[in-house]
Design a binder for this molecule. Structure first.
Ligand SMILES: C[S@@+](CC[C@H](N)C(=O)[O-])C[C@H]1O[C@@H](n2cnc3c(N)ncnc32)[C@H](O)[C@@H]1O
Length: 282
């Protein structure tokens, strides 16, 4: 397994370019408390079994089963975008999962769409991006299970980073070219500057690369007796609701055009829906 940085409780320090009163560039170090909290919250959520029992984790996942069932149904419906006719002809697909979390959805896609393609001789590269190392480990385990069924053809790369700080080369070089598809699901509400997720994602994609976005409207944090109070509090502090039209506007200004007639929206309960949109990089 690729080594992951394990400094979980160290506050993130970010060097930024800053202009002083004379207009000259000077280096400055800023602390992003919110980023730190987001990473800590998700890392805690996925604590290894010896620190936080697997059964509690599974219980929480059980409480969001309906959300994931809907998202999986959306993705199954988006099959032709995940594996286009051109990709089938080329025999190669590369995909980045931005804020992959525990990899529930990417594992689903690989199993449903890409395992048959790989068995028929195709090659798939998946780059998993997430700042929370424990989340990445769970995601990697799920994909390793699928890889065992496939002697070759599936390559998985882990990037323990906030998408804001991913250099396109880190993904593109590994994928053997720009990515065909980026997945960003249930991630927008946690990011400090939402536009930057999509601007950076656009840089990973080749021209006409696709972005698949799934979010909840309005975002609601499912209360769960199985989660530590501290975790719930931190998540609630970090999450922000983004209205769907606002998200479309943000993604468009990041360099995408929305594909008409391919979106989907399904109720989770009588007040909340999940919605999918597919975009093409301009
Ligand atoms: C609610 S989870 C969703 C995970 C996954 N996409 C899914 O649908 O199951 C949100 C994930 O976004 C990650 N995240 C938060 N801020 C991020 C950032 N700036 N860049 C990349 N990932 C981020 C969190 O660590 C967490 O794993």
């Amino acid at each position: 397994m690729q080594a992951l940085a394990r400094k979980r409780y160290v506050e993130t320090r970010i060097a930024v370019n800053h202009r002083n009163s004379n207009g000259n560039r000077v280096g400055r170090v800023v602390n992003s408390g919110r980023r730190f909290k987001v990473r800590r919250a998700f890392d805690d959520f996925a604590l290894p079994a010896d620190r936080y029992s697997q059964s509690r984790y599974d219980e929480h996942m059980g409480s969001v089963t309906k959300h994931y069932d809907i998202m999986k149904a959306f993705l199954a419906g988006a099959r032709r975008h995940l594996l286009s006719e051109q990709a089938k002809k080329r025999g190669v697909v590369s995909l980045a999962d931005v804020g992959c979390g525990t990899g529930e959805l990417i594992a689903f896609i690989v199993k449903e769409v890409y395992v048959p393609f790989i068995k028929a001789g195709g090659k798939v590269t998946v780059t998993l991006i997430d700042p929370a190392g424990n989340m990445l480990e769970i995601a990697e385990r799920k994909l390793a299970g699928l890889k065992m069924q496939l002697p070759k053809g599936l390559q998985v790369k882990l990037l323990q980073k906030f998408i804001e700080f991913v250099k396109p080369g880190e993904v593109i070089d590994n994928a053997g070219g720009s990515c065909d598809i980026a997945l960003a699901t249930y991630v927008a509400p946690w990011v400090e500057n939402v536009g930057t997720i999509y601007e950076n994602t656009a840089k990973l994609l080749g021209r006409r690369g696709k972005l698949i976005s799934i979010e909840e409207n309005p975002l609601v944090l499912t209360p769960s007796a199985s989660l530590p109070e501290d975790f719930e509090r931190v998540l609630a502090e970090c999450a922000k609701a983004i209205e769907p039209n606002e998200l479309v506007r943000i993604i468009r200004s990041a360099g995408f055009r929305k594909n008409r007639g391919v979106g989907a929206e399904t109720p989770i309960d009588d007040q909340h829906t999940m919605y999918l949109e597919i975009y093409t990089r301009k």
